[in-house]
Design a binder for this molecule. Structure first.
Ligand code: NDP
Ligand code: 8X3
Length: 253
């Protein structure tokens, strides 16, 4: 039977790689993001390359109205979502608590925490109706240890960790699996966004070691999503070999 995965934030980075991995394995994909043209490009490429159906939905996860409007209006065939990957997210700034911008804090909380809650709430009725489903939440090593000047980004990912644990317990009666995937450093657009387009600062994050690739995260999500029905990976921390945790990465040179 054809399977459906919905991935938020599929215009770049992990989300795009996850969509490619699942589409390559015959899954139909609902992909979301704010950048309409990029999303359409991803959708066109996937459907042409892998001969699967791809539905691009353009919305901002920070907007409760937009999230519920798009998901509530899904055509019947697309409601049959097997796996939801709550991936859309970002860090903004790497500033000390006393100097960081309140606006950046609000955007991180609204996206990483509230956005994940809205999308989960909107998709859940479909999974509950069929008594089956799988939510994969993308956390971070930043959820596990707070690093200096990481303050609210780390807090938002700790919230993802806590929400994943809560979902896992509360959704057991509905046979819905919940997996939290916590990656360390991965070279995507993440740092360009964090440093607001400052390429040199972004590149420096990944200098002196080989970080993870977005495809590594896609492989992990695919593994978790294709285990037998009675098996659920609850919590998975993945780093590159040079990184021990969110506090320590061994860099050459
Ligand atoms: P990217 O910046 O490459 O991708 C982020 C994706 O999220 C984009 O598709 C973006 O789409 C989407 N997004 C951001 N804000 C919104 C929003 N308000 N509404 C809808 N979509 C949004 O970064 P990554 O792929 O690296 O990040 C993906 C997730 O992984 C994030 O949650 C991040 O915190 C987490 N993470 C990243 C790590 C890393 O080192 N890269 C490590 C650990 C976790 P668009 O701009 O088109 O809306
Ligand atoms: C992204 C990785 O180390 O910048 O979650 O927090 S890190």
């Amino acid at each position: 039977m054809e399977k459906i995965i919905m991935i938020t934030g599929a215009t770049s980075g992990f989300g795009k790689a996850i969509a490619e991995k699942f589409a390559a394995n015959g899954w139909n994909c609902i992909i979301t993001g704010r950048r309409k043209e990029r999303l359409q490009e991803v959708a066109d490429t996937l459907s042409e390359q892998f001969n699967v159906s791809v539905l691009p939905l353009v919305f901002d996860v920070q907007s409760k109205e937009q999230v519920f409007k798009h998901i509530n209006n899904l055509h019947h065939g697309w409601q049959n979502i097997d796996v939801l990957v709550n991936n859309a997210g970002l860090a903004l700034g790497r500033d000390s608590f006393d100097t960081a911008s309140l606006e950046d804090w609000e955007t991180m909380i609204d996206t990483n925490v509230k956005g994940l809650l809205y999308v989960s709430k909107a998709v859940l009725p479909f999974m509950i109706a069929k008594h089956k489903g799988h939510i994969i939440n993308i956390g971070s090593t930043a959820a596990k240890e707070v690093y200096m000047n990481g303050n609210v980004y780390c807090a938002s990912k700790s919230a993802v960790d806590a929400i994943s644990k809560a979902q896992r317990m509360d959704l057991l009666p509905h046979k819905i699996k919940v997996t939290a995937v916590h990656p360390g450093a991965v070279d995507t657009e993440f740092s360009i966004v964090r440093f607001k387009g400052d390429d040199a600062k972004a590149k420096a994050v990944y200098a002196g070691y080989e970080p993870l690739h977005a495809t590594d995260i896609a492989d992990v999500c695919y593994y978790c999503a294709t285990l037998p029905e009675h098996v659920c990976i609850n919590d998975l921390v993945i780093t590159c070999t040079a990184q021990a945790n969110s506090l320590y990465t061994f860099k050459e040179g």
